[in-house]
Design a protein around this ligand. Structure first.
Ligand code: GTP
Ligand code: MG
Length: 314
């Protein structure tokens, strides 16, 4: 050993193992990821939840093949599964919501959904503020909201604009074109452009947000995802046989849509986006942007309440 090497060996403190320590701790605890699906009735929200859980993420558990037809969802309902991959544990929670839009008066039909999202923030804040707070707080905050758009091929409906605007104030919103098997390739491409234009026109700020950090990798990643959003998806409750293999799909008179085939729809892009490329970022932005905004507003209101009370008494 040379002298220089000897000195290096002696002065080696070993703090570079911190990454392994963090990793070990995180892996043991696992990750919690919460998604909500929102949109007008009958656009395939419940079907997509089932499709996501069935698409190789999880095997043979839950209601993945059903003989019963899907029923209209009547209440906000969470479905949860733990996925383990190479020793990493992910608890995926998908919240299904009742669709709206079939009432004569659809005003404020989105209120229960906004309330649900805010309630999760409020529950988290309450746990954070208790004197004996847990070292690890169970996280039910919604990290991503999939917003279902009717595949009309024309434009967004006024109700979509209103609801997306409201939602984008409290959660990361990612729009998807529902039942995209009903659009031709050209119609789909034009519809995407139209939707993007309308979002800009109505100043609806959706995920991913521009960061001030100029991390080249992140900028690149967000650019590619912006080119795809809104994801044109297809969901299915049933398996079909293609080339002897059983896959999630929809059989029509003129052929079969394979949900997991990237030439047929963008379901796999959406799944990769959620579970591979943007999982951590969605969790982080929820905490740093949406929850932080909620938290500071609540704490400020609390402080004002305390300051006001003596004055009120006079
Ligand atoms: N063509 C086509 N039909 C679909 C697709 N996804 C779902 N469907 C069908 O659309 C109907 C409604 O699907 P649901 O999943 O119940 O819709 P929902 O959005 O949950 O409806 P609500 O619970 O009322 O809000 C069902 O008959 C599905 O089989 C799709 O991607 N393409
Ligand atoms: Mg439903």
């Amino acid at each position: 050993m040379s002298v220089a090497e000897e000195i290096r060996a002696e002065s080696y403190v070993g703090f570079d193992s911190i990454t392994q320590q963090i990793e070990h701790k995180l892996l043991k605890r696992g990750f919690q990821f919460n998604v909500i699906v929102v949109g007008q009735t009958g656009l395939g929200k419940s079907t997509l939840v089932n499709t996501i859980f069935a698409s190789h993420l999880i095997d043979s558990k839950g209601r993945f093949t059903s003989d019963e037809p899907v029923r209209q969802t009547t209440e906000i309902q969470a479905v949860s599964h733990v996925i383990v991959e190479n020793g990493v544990k992910l608890r995926l929670n998908i919240v299904d919501t009742p669709g709206y839009g079939d009432q004569v008066n659809n005003e404020n039909c989105w209120d229960p959904i906004i309330k649900y999202i805010k309630d999760q923030h409020s529950a988290y804040l309450r746990k954070e503020l208790t004197a004996m707070r847990d070292r690890y707080i169970q996280d039910t905050r919604i990290h991503c909201c999939l917003y279902f758009i009717n595949p009309t091929g024309h434009a967004l409906r006024p109700i979509d604009v209103i609801v997306m605007k409201k939602l984008s104030e409290v959660v990361n919103v990612v729009p998807v074109i529902a039942k995209s098997d009903s659009l031709t390739i050209e119609e789909k491409d034009n519809f995407k452009i139209k939707i993007r234009e309308e979002l800009v026109y109505n100043s609806i700020r959706l995920y991913p947000f521009d960061t001030d950090e100029d991390d080249e990798e992140e900028v690149q990643l967000n650019e590619t995802i912006r080119d795809i959003i809104p994801f044109a998806i297809v969901g299915s409750e049933n398996n079909v046989i293609i080339d002897g293999k059983s896959v999630r799909g929809r059989r029509n008179r003129w052929g079969v849509v394979n949900v997991e085939d990237q030439n047929h729809c963008e379901f796999m892009h959406l799944r990769n986006f959620l579970t591979r490329t943007h999982l951590q970022d969605l969790i982080e932005t929820t905490a740093q942007i949406h929850y932080e905004a909620f938290r500071s507003k609540q704490l400020l209101a609390l402080k004002e309440g305390v300051n006001q009370r003596p004055a009120e008494r006079q």
